[in-house]
Design a protein around this ligand. Sequence first.
Ligand code: TMP
Length: 208
Amino acid sequence: MNVQTSGLFISFEGIDGAGKSTHITGLSEALSAKGCKVTLTREPGGTVLAEKLRTLILNDAMDVLTESLLVFAARRDHVACVIRPALARGEVVLCDRFTDATFAYQGAGRSFDLQTLTTLESWVQLGLQPDLTYWFDLAPALAAERLSQARVPDKFESQPVAFFEAVRSGYAARAEADPKRFARIEANQSIEQVFADVIAVAKARGYL
Ligand code: TMP
């Protein structure tokens, strides 16, 4: 459980195409069936203001400092208006991406200064971190294959495989720095097996 709250905060991470979305819904249903009140949300986004910023972040060209500031501005609104209040009510917050994505995409992917990101993280989160972060790990070449069959790509999804190699290494570094929080999920398996792994982690932690 999060030190400052009575609720439970779980984030979901991975490169584009790693296939986390179905499993977020599935875990939400499993937790609800157990009687938990679940708040499902996402980043960038999760509030009216943050969703407006999401549209800019995902579609407009900008330098990486601007992008990082917008991501953290969206996060500030989301943490203050949605995440902290839900945790204070004792709910389970399932968040599709959080700050690890900023370290992976802006930090590792776009080579932005990690110390600046760490400062922004502390300003915006004031110590708040997920209790558990699922990292759906998939080789970028496989993720690119999956994405090519999906929707029209946004600014990040249309990046080359080399960008996602860097993003993946960013996630690996975050996981290595905080192994207790992270659960790496092998995403190169059947949907059923990936979901079984997701459920097993939640059970092992006593959440289900
Ligand atoms: P999604 O497609 O999983 O909703 O994620 C939106 C995109 O935004 C995805 O390509 C990752 C990117 N992103 C960042 O670059 N930095 C961030 O801090 C977050 C949360 C997402």
